[in-house]
Design a binder for this molecule. Sequence first.
Ligand code: UDP
Length: 501
Amino acid sequence: MAPATEAARSPPHFVLVPVAAHGHLIPMVDLARLLASRGARASLVTTPLNAARLRGVTDHDHSARSSSKALLEIVDLPFSPADFGLPPDCQNADRITDNAQFATFFLALRELAGPFEAYVRALVPRPSCIIYDWCNSWTAGVATSLGIPRLFFHGPPCFYSLCDLLADIHGLREQMDAAGDQETHDVPGMPVPVKVTKDTAPGWFYAPGSEWLRDEAMAAMRTSDGAVVNTFLDLEDKFVACYEAALGKPVWTLGPFCLHDHRDEKEDTASCGGVSESAITAWLDEQAPDSVVYVSFGSVARKVPRQLFEVGHGLEDSGKSFLWVVKESELALPEVQVWLESLEARTAGRGLVVRGWAPQLAILSHRAVGGFVTHCGWNSVVESIAHGVPLVTWPHFADQFLNEQLVVDVLGVGLPIGITTPVMILDDDVAAPVQRGDIARAVAALMDGGEEAEARRRKAKEYGAKARVAMEEGGDSYEKLTGLIDSFKHGGDKENQHCNS
Ligand code: UDP
């Protein structure tokens, strides 16, 4: 069959290129599954260790839909972090042990460009579209040289990405550099007032030594064919159209991805430190509806013991039921283990500490969970909102401060813990910026039944209901996904692409 005819008959083929970090991989795997569930072919390209972890997910999909063709595949490309002085198993950001390694890690990931080009060149017919993580700007050259349309997926919401773009367009960084550190600035052109300081301003990769990452990512974004965002129109209606206009390209809001279908949680919970998903569910089953606060700070941020102890004391002092996730990397010191055991003994019946990786979606979707203390990573925020759970917001770095503004000031579903200064990802919270009293107060205010707490809960549940509608047939995100797939049905050359709106 001639390649052109074959392309016309095959389902559109999307090649997805996530960054090797849980917060980036998880939504892109969900997106790949969404595409495959709607009849498109989806190939997710990553490093070998991540590919091995993810194959369980696709196996699960294949067995769940044995009658359909295997439309979802995981592709691994050779990756040698040791060539860059990183540990040989450093194939995911969760293996990074030092803040200084982040820029090196991204430099190493760039080496995937060669193997990626070889992989794409060998595909017959050529893929219809490449969906790359905003940080993987190295995919741009490959897509351009092969004439393949390219959409970028950026993890944060439209609110954040719009702030970032407007700040860039209006030279906000330069204005801030000329002003004092504590001065607040309005983000120009936003449809709602947004105030930032140097510390909370939008913009990834401004840290010294990683500016090249930002320059390359912005350049690749400008030459892309549009954006895919894990959000939904009813959540961000004020910002989606403005973002599309500022970007000058289609913005496909296809989420919340997590509502499509729960990923295979059993695989993720392998490292739950002895507490299985069924034990967690059984514990939650014992609790009253909306009575438990879930506490987790994503996949990357690590707390030093002093800060961990403040969190634990705060939860204890709040008098509320809690389910707290403490990461494997935070458990290294024996004194932490001993301290956690004594906390569990003191709070027996109303407190559960999960060590390692928790099945977050299973927890957030349980009726007993009525609040979430979060670091405001967008996946966690959108997963919480999708399940109607209000939040205590404790941003740590990157987009998280602006995500907090969206959650608290715009959507009215969150209560800030009051942090205004970022911490470095791995080790900088030595001074324990959040004290036990802050935690206890915020948790009590979120979970107690006062008027403000009730209003937050009601709004969260309303957004949760709208999120479900968005993902159902006829809903905005569902129909946009139909539109995206349809726009690549005939071949995959750029001429066949249609706009979103
Ligand atoms: N996550 C999880 N279990 C954990 C910690 C995190 O399932 O114990 C998932 C969470 O559901 C979310 C992702 O990891 O999908 C974290 O992404 P987010 O954007 O919230 O934060 P990041 O890890 O990127 O800082």
